[in-house]
Design a protein around this ligand. Structure first.
Ligand SMILES: *Cc1c(COP(=O)(O)O)cnc(C)c1O
Length: 384
């Protein structure tokens, strides 16, 4: 039996400080979560606006279940496409100022399906080296040629685009890089796509709801609009629920309905979730006070951590990684915070490049100034 081999591989991972383990929480997502019977102050969730346990959304979800039942029963193309899904698609398209939108079950599936529907053999995909794992997997699945450019290096991308002569071209990028928190140079990327007749696929998992006018996301943040842009965002982060969508020209959406396997061959999400997301989009739109509080916290954290021996990575977003480098040190620091009642996850390779293990601090509008001050104080204690 090859089990001993699996165990040896896991043991090796553990020795390198790379073993992944889950922590179980009790009760709802919140800055104060119960973990193993202890209340911890958490800086480890992507619930950037504090909507994941919002009473109004819970109420609307309950009403949604009463109206639509629980399961969708089938895939969208069979009999699972509900009017609740449809209304949400229209609302999301209008919100991000695109002609049409398509719901996917998760962001991971949206990336797999959308990229696979758009490009194939003989085409070329260009990707930032720090893109999310789901985009990397999407590139492998779609069978197109893959060219990866150094993080944010538009000059290198320009060269690569120049070299690709035939087939469709698709440039893929995180809008806000999930483990770094910095924002992609979307304006420059779009200009290159225009010059080389390429599409620009923007994964805004961490920008939707947080950045831009009324939380409309990264395109709004840069005031960018172009039919070349295929926009994807997730609904389980700032939106506080579950799922994802792609917004683009109608012909792109129709192509995905026909060719995106992760759309076609999977059960539609429970329609009541779409009812909850509809409420969430309203809350995002009216969430200026939440976003301004969040930005205040970001500034306070950066100021408070400026004199630590570890460097806070350059980021203006809710993702504020503290670069540690060594895996074991990052784990020890995360453990030190835990002993002080604070939860910040240590992110290690292969999620991030070798030698760049980090504490990924994420802030939420649900945090108070006192919460952030507590984290600043604890990190200073650990630095001594
Ligand atoms: C979280 C994330 C995804 C995946 O979204 P899910 O809905 O959680 O599957 C995709 N892209 C990026 C950049 C992400 O951070």
């Amino acid at each position: 039996m090859p089990f001993t081999q699996l165990q040896t591989e896991l043991d090796e991972r553990a020795a390198q400080g790379l073993l992944r383990q889950r922590r179980m929480i009790a009760g709802p997502q919140s800055p104060h979560v119960e973990v193993d019977g202890r209340l911890l102050l958490s800086f480890s969730s992507n619930d950037y606006l504090g909507l994941a346990n919002h009473p109004q959304m819970i109420k609307v979800l309950q009403q949604g279940v009463l109206q639509h039942g629980l399961g969708a029963g089938a895939a969208h193309l069979v009999s699972g496409h509900s009017e609740a899904h449809h209304r949400l698609e229209q609302r999301l398209a209008a919100f991000v100022e695109k002609p049409a939108a398509l719901l996917f079950s998760t962001g991971y599936m949206a990336n797999l399906g959308a990229v696979q529907a758009l490009v194939g053999r003989g085409d070329t995909v260009f990707a930032d080296k720090l893109n999310h794992a789901s985009l990397n997997d999407a590139m492998l699945l779609c069978r197109a040629d893959v060219k990866r450019y150094r993080h944010g290096d538009t000059a290198q991308l320009a060269q690569l685009l120049e070299q690709a002569k035939s087939g469709r071209k698709l440039v893929i990028t995180d809008a806000v890089f999930s483990m770094d928190g910095d924002i992609a140079p979307l304006r420059e990327l779009l200009a290159l796509c225009e010059k080389h007749d390429a599409w620009l696929y923007v994964d805004d998992a961490h920008g939707f709801g947080v950045l831009g006018n009324e939380g409309r996301g990264s395109l709004s943040h840069f005031s960018l609009a172009s039919p070349r842009i295929i926009y994807m965002a997730t609904l389980g982060k700032a939106a506080g629920v579950f799922g994802a969508f792609v917004a683009a020209e109608q012909v792109v959406i129709d192509t995905m309905v026909n060719h995106a396997n992760s759309y076609v061959y999977t059960t539609a999400t429970p329609p009541a979730l779409s009812v909850a997301v509809l409420e969430s989009v309203d809350l995002i739109e009216q969430g200026a006070a939440l976003r301004s509080h969040l930005h205040g916290l970001i500034g306070r954290l950066r100021e408070g951590l400026a004199d630590l021996p570890w460097r806070l990575m350059p980021s203006d977003t809710a993702i504020q990684p503290l670069l540690i480098g060594d895996n074991h040190k990052a784990l020890a620091l995360s453990e030190g915070l835990r002993e002080r009642g604070i939860w910040v996850a240590a992110i290690r390779p292969p999620t991030v490049p070798q030698g760049t293990a980090r504490l990924r601090i994420t802030l939420s509008a649900a945090h108070s100034v006192a919460d952030v001050d507590r984290l600043i104080g604890a990190l200073h204690e650990l630095a001594c």
